[in-house]
Design a protein around this ligand. Sequence first.
Ligand SMILES: NC(=O)c1ccc[n+]([C@@H]2O[C@H](COP(=O)([O-])OP(=O)(O)OC[C@H]3O[C@@H](n4cnc5c(N)ncnc54)[C@H](OP(=O)(O)O)[C@@H]3O)[C@@H](O)[C@H]2O)c1
Length: 238
Amino acid sequence: MISLSNQHVVIVGGSSGIGLATGTLAKQLGADVTLISRDAAKLKQIASQLDSVRIAIADFADEAATDAAFANLPPIHHVYVAAGSFVGGNILEGKMADFRRAIDTRIWGSVHVVRAAVPKMSATGSLTFTGGLSTDRPVKGAWATAVATAAAEQLARALALELAPLRVNAIAPGWTDTPMWNDILGAEKQAIFGGVATQVPMKRLSLATEVAQAVIFLMQSATVTGEVLHVDGGHRLV
Ligand SMILES: NC(=O)c1ccc[n+]([C@@H]2O[C@H](COP(=O)([O-])OP(=O)(O)OC[C@H]3O[C@@H](n4cnc5c(N)ncnc54)[C@H](OP(=O)(O)O)[C@@H]3O)[C@@H](O)[C@H]2O)c1
């Protein structure tokens, strides 16, 4: 198993939820951690709580901003792209701007990160993208998210060949209790979570820390590449 001690781990989307949990765990395992996201105030607050974490501000849908955020970073061992969100909307009635955002962030954003990060990466390092349960179980009215997660997973498989020996994988979380759902589900969050839990074979949602453990596994596993690791309590099977 690859030690994370003194390895530089960069988390794009590191200010909340699964990304923050992964950065925190990597730090506990001895890594030098950089957290990137759009919200400077949120990142500064996190940096004041986590000992010696580097922060950088960028919207990774913006190629120039992503390049600028990576330009000043030291050599990199592992990158996890957590940034993204659930984008709903019926294809005939939703806003094109929302649909474009779903693709621009998860797909073009990931491509921007690859182009900015790989020239700084060690050949024994790894990249991990974020797909999701919606690849296997699309939610009616959220087609853009399903297409975006599927594309992120396929990007990992394609780049595992193109960038080898660098390893490239994807994590595919199921329903996970993170701040992402606060705005999307609002006051109905707990009721909806309760309903989802009854459908999951494991009978509960995942925690961000549990998905983070799987991301760290992908960083540390020297011969795992082109893999999509599902952390969904078996939800995709039912
Ligand atoms: N939670 C779930 O149930 C679930 C299920 C399947 C897949 N996922 C996926 O897992 C990933 C993490 O989700 P989460 O639940 O941890 O969400 P979260 O708590 O909302 O965290 C998302 C993170 O991404 C950052 N971010 C969003 N858009 C960005 C952009 N354009 N540029 C840079 N940073 C950006 C956010 O920070 P700023 O707002 O400060 O930029 C935040 O740090 C997402 O891709 C999500 O779609 C989540």
